[in-house]
Write a protein that binds this ligand. Sequence first.
Ligand SMILES: [Mn+2]
Length: 321
Amino acid sequence: MITTEQKKIFDEKIRAANTIVLCGHKNPDGDALCSVLGLAQLIELNYGKRVVCVYDGNIPDYLDLVPLRKNIRYFARVDDVDAVDVAIVMDYGAIKNIGGSKSFADKAKFIIEIDHHINNDEKIGDLCIDDTSASATAEIVYDLMKKMDWKYDAAVLNLLMTGIITDTGHFKFIKHGRVLRYVADLVDKGVNIQMVMNGLENKARKTVLVESMAAGRAEFFFKNRLAFAYIDSREYKNLDGRGETVLALLQQIHGVDYVVLLKEQKPGQIGVSLRGRFKPVNKIAEALGGGGHEFAAGAVVADSLENVKTLILKMFQEVIK
Ligand SMILES: [Mn+2]
């Protein structure tokens, strides 16, 4: 919940600022990207201020079609910003996740954070507008927009809907009804959910081919209860994002309780994605040094593809009895 005091400080700081920089976490996902672009547009519409949006890492192709996509720049190529009055850091979770964009926060006179992650790290904001009950950072931006009584446009509404849709896995991970009431408001204001979702289904042919190949050669273990797939480092270059399609396809198979996808990001560095259909997988992710949600979790392990596969099958042996 955004307090009157938070509203007041936000308003004063933005009003007094000349240069405002916005960023989300490194390798932005739909929520990080769209929350940044949406809030930037709201500030421009309502305060007429110069807002610079920056990112580090890569923005996946499936986000190419989101409104105002061109308004965000790779942090290292931004050389026309000297003094930063206010930096707004969004959807970041922990300081290490910000990446190179942190240099703008470092030189900012005032930092605002807007986040829905549980942050066990130190918080970066002088003003923290955090809500761990929010399903997406875009939900907090929507809340802020309403409480501030801001003007908005169609781009803002579509961006906020995109943030909510992507972070909730197309509404699957919603934990409370509030966000659906916001979604209802967005629909009443003119957002077309079908158009937003269609826009997100936007991948290069090579990506779809890698994903379908990985699903096609999946192996099955423990009486077909565990589906296992991998993507090697050569194929990984053509992957866009996390290989969600591989996981989604294998999860549909009757009798499969668990899906494991190993991604060789580079030799010796394996990204692990775990999905449980009806059984949790977060404990295994945590044992591998990662984390996540109960039914969707992951980790990055420094070892060979073969060794990580052996290790994970051994761990599942304990779980599947
Ligand atoms: Mn998020």
